[in-house]
Design a protein around this ligand. Structure first.
Ligand SMILES: NC(=O)C1=CN([C@@H]2O[C@H](COP(=O)(O)OP(=O)(O)OC[C@H]3O[C@@H](n4cnc5c(N)ncnc54)[C@H](OP(=O)(O)O)[C@@H]3O)[C@@H](O)[C@H]2O)[C@H](O)CC1
Ligand SMILES: [K+]
Length: 499
């Protein structure tokens, strides 16, 4: 799914109106209908609904929703700025329609504290949408501050009021804190970054029937990884095949005390479809690896840490988990990287070694996949002001070095040398634990060895890793989820794609 800026969304909206020969009011009605259905689905037993409306089209959505919910027997109360009824056209039409319904009370923002709002009531924010262009101040600002203190179920229409859709919102802005954001047709960039996403709660995207023809022709370099994209990437296994058809994955990982990282990466690679798996690890891990992952072949790379890397034929490598940064390992890894010609997966301590020897970056084979978490990224490429800027710097580095950067975060991004950004929306906070990254390295190496392009391996692997985490968390809980649980769910994810 493409990710658009607010300007592009407006354009798509206008062109849909033109080619479908409809009035913009129809789109507002569709939006309100979709909102109503979602609220009935999620909160049908909720009695009181408090809707707060601004003067633009976001407010118009709120007025139209109030009318529709009233006809569904909800007790609806509307709040707007009665001292400034300077509405945009469609908001005005819906406001006037609402005034005709005598059972809906219309109140001024300043009256909110006269009402008893219960924890099971709905507070709906339709103050500002993607048209926000400055800080919320004055009466609306005071209102948002009050709403943020109320204990109720809080829903934002399209985007929490006060957030910019496409860029970082300054720290001093007043922003509605939603439990759920019900947004129209597209994800917005603000939902995907930690600084702004924390205001959005759960995200629900509603189809309001904007023209697919227009959406397809509108160019974007930003994408949400959805099931449609994954199905288009997934390569069905040919029945007439043998282990030689699915590549040789080589996991280069582990050191004394960190053999677990090698085990996790190896097991994840085994579960992700590669034909043969080799693990290059120090001798101290031999018994552990052979016992816990007997399907993989052990190659001795040193005594207690890796000092020597000898690859089998046709190897596709993933290097880094648990290597440590011993001087000998550092020398060995740098020498190894210098001599590679095929794309490989580079993670964890291999990234830390590169950070200390940045000149090696230029020798890394094109289209290799680097998987830094924010700290590793900072060590590699420098500090940025915020996570939006981090994406920009990653784009620059991916282009300059011709590498795929997997920027690990709550919504991990896959950044390509061609300057595309793919945002992942699978995964959960239960995966924020040591060892999860090792599992990802195993999956990515395995996919790369099966001849997925680097870009597709990164997109597919990151999505698969998150989806496995979601399946695992469903079964137990985020707290108790372990990286080994992800590995156990990889099979279920493949089954999900095939069905
Ligand atoms: N995407 C779609 O296809 C549809 C979207 N809908 C809804 O429409 C809003 C966007 O509506 P819009 O009217 O463009 O914008 P807002 O409602 O967000 O804001 C209205 C105006 O408010 C002014 N503004 C901006 N920031 C502030 C502020 N901090 N304080 C006060 N006023 C502010 C600004 O006007 P100015 O002239 O003052 O600059 C805005 O124009 C979208 O989010 C959806 O909810 C449709 O209903 C369905 C189709
Ligand atoms: K809003």
């Amino acid at each position: 799914m493409k990710l658009f800026t607010s300007e592009q969304i407006l354009k798509i909206e206008e062109e849909t109106i033109k080619i479908e020969k409809i009035h913009s009011l129809n789109l507002m009605e569709r939006a309100a209908e979709a909102l109503k259905s979602q609220i009935i689905e999620d909160y049908k037993n909720c009695e009181k609904v408090f809707i707060f409306c601004g003067n633009g089209n976001n407010g118009g959505d709120g007025f139209a929703l109030a009318r529709l919910l009233h006809y569904e027997f909800f007790n609806v109360k509307i709040f707007c700025d009665l001292e400034n009824l300077n509405f945009k056209e469609n908001a005005k039409i819906n406001f006037n329609d609402l005034k005709k319904i005598k059972d809906i009370s219309i109140n001024d923002f300043s009256e909110v504290e006269k009402f008893k709002i219960d924890k099971n009531d709905l507070v709906i924010d339709a103050l500002f949408g993607i048209g926000l262009n400055r800080k919320i101040e004055g009466k609306s600002g005071e209102l948002v501050n009050i709403l943020n203190e109320i204990n109720a179920i809080k829903i934002a229409v399209d985007i929490p009021s006060g957030l910019f859709s496409d860029e970082i919102t300054p720290d001093d802005f007043i922003i509605f804190k939603a439990d759920k954001t019900v947004s129209f047709q597209f994800w917005k960039k603000a939902f995907l970054y930690p600084e702004t996403g924390k205001f959005c709660g759960e995200i629900k995207i509603l189809d309001i029937g904007l023209s697919h023809k227009i959406i397809d022709s509108e160019i974007s370099r930003n994408f949400i990884i959805d099931d449609i994209l994954i199905i288009s990437i997934y390569k069905k296994r040919n029945d007439f095949s043998n282990k030689g058809n699915f590549g040789n994955s080589v996991i280069i990982a582990g050191s004394h005390g960190k053999i677990g990282a090698a085990v996790l990466a190896t097991k994840a690679a085994l579960r992700s479809g590669s034909g043969l798996i080799f693990t290059i690890s120090p001798e101290c891990g031999n018994f552990i690896l052979q016992t816990s992952a007997p399907e993989a072949m052990f190659i001795n790379g040193g005594e207690n840490h890796i000092t020597n890397i000898e690859l089998p034929k046709n190897a596709v490598c993933g290097i880094g988990p648990g290597l440590g940064t011993d001087e000998e390992t550092e020398k060995c890894v740098l020498n190894f990287l210098k001599n590679q010609t095929k794309p490989l997966v580079i993670d964890a301590d291999a990234l830390n070694i590169i950070s200390k020897n940045k000149s090696i970056l230029k020798s890394i084979p094109e289209n290799s996949i680097l998987t830094p978490h924010p700290k590793e990224f900072e060590r590699l490429f420098g500090i940025t002001q915020n996570s939006f800027d981090r994406t920009d710097l990653a784009l620059k580095m991916a282009k300059e070095l011709k590498l795929i950067i997997v920027l690990k975060d709550h919504h991990t991004q896959i950044i390509t040398p061609q300057q595309d950004v793919f945002y992942n929306i699978t995964g959960n906070s239960g995966m924020a634990k040591g060892g999860s990254g090792d599992v990802l390295t195993g999956i990515l190496t395995s996919l790369l060895s099966q001849k997925y392009s680097s870009k597709n391996a990164a997109i597919f692997g990151v999505w698969l890793h998150g989806k496995a985490g979601d399946f695992a968390a469903e079964k137990s809980s985020k707290e108790s989820l372990l990286p080994v649980d992800l590995i156990k769910k990889i099979g279920k994810v493949f089954k999900y794609i095939q069905d």
